[in-house]
Design a protein around this ligand. Structure first.
Ligand SMILES: [Fe+2]
Length: 284
């Protein structure tokens, strides 16, 4: 039986993430693509550089990981490709064609859903010369660095997430929800310590933005605790900073990471990223 050669990889940072070298996704065979998915499952994030992916190829690649997730806000999805969301400050005829300054602040995607997305994929089409980085925090390493009694104390806690709270309190793109949006996004509750279903590793799994509190705890105590934990888990020693190049594809596992975007000078540069999500399951 033919066995594929293992993929050449190098870590994004010590103990976290993998850059996959020498793979052209648009022409890769299915065995190679399986290897890419396996690498993702083992390392928490993967990077492939120099890719040339049209929208259909992006959707097809995302489908290797599972079923693409639809986006909550439909306004900025790509025409003909509802699975692809436009993150950009580019305008056409004076109108924004995507969301700008989305995802600034440490979080995990879709935390306000019963089944948050498993992974997030970004493809760089146009990047600023400086700024607009994406930071990934390895929350398994953060969990492992906690004292055992603290691990145990936190494992008993459940985090209260709310889309309504997020939409009405965030720094950018703040707005009131419609009745229909409120009905479509009831509050959800997730464990503070999450177990990875594929490899059993535990991750510290707070977030910001959607977090209203911790079940059974005074919000005046819970929110500062969440803040401290996010601060702890996103210390430099746990963080990979990705500086984008055109043609980069970065995929991260939301079950064991937090991420944030960073701002850039949008009067000087145009940034355009295509974002895809893959469905996840219920955290435990
Ligand atoms: Fe995000």
């Amino acid at each position: 039986m033919h066995t594929a050669a293992p993929l050449a990889i190098r870590p994004l940072r010590s103990g976290f993430g993998a850059q996959i070298l020498d793979v052209d996704l648009a022409s890769a065979d299915s065995e190679t693509l399986q290897g890419v998915v396996q690498t993702f499952n083992l390392h928490g994030a993967i990077l492939l550089r120099g890719q040339n992916m049209d929208p259909a190829a992006l959707v097809s690649f995302a489908s290797q990981f599972g079923e693409p997730e639809e986006h909550t806000v439909k306004k900025h999805t790509m025409a003909g490709f509802p699975e692809i969301y436009m993150l950009t400050n580019r305008k056409v005829d004076g109108k924004p064609v995507g969301s700008h300054n989305d995802g600034v602040g440490w979080h995990t995607d879709f935390s306000y859903k019963e089944e948050p997305v498993m992974c997030t994929m970004l493809y760089a089409v146009s990047v600023p010369e400086e700024g607009g980085d994406t930071l990934l925090a390895d929350m398994c390493a953060a969990y492992a660095a906690l004292p055992p009694d603290e691990q145990e104390r936190l494992a008993a806690m459940t985090v209260h997430h709310s889309y309504q709270y997020f939409a009405t309190t965030r720094k950018y793109n703040r707005r009131e929800l419609t009745e229909a949006e409120r009905a479509a996004h009831p509050d959800v509750f997730h464990p503070l310590i999450r177990t990875h279903p594929a490899n059993g590793r535990k991750a510290l799994w707070p977030s910001t933005g959607t977090v209203r509190g911790i079940v059974g705890m005074d919000p005046a105590e819970a929110l500062p605790l969440i803040e401290r934990l996010v601060e702890f888990g996103t210390q430099e020693q746990f963080v990979y900073r990705h500086r984008w190049q055109v043609g980069d594809i970065l995929v991260w596992d939301n079950r064991c990471t937090l991420h944030t975007g960073t701002l850039f000078d949008d009067t000087r540069y145009v940034r355009e990223m295509h974002r895809l999500w893959v469905k996840g399951d219920r955290p435990f």
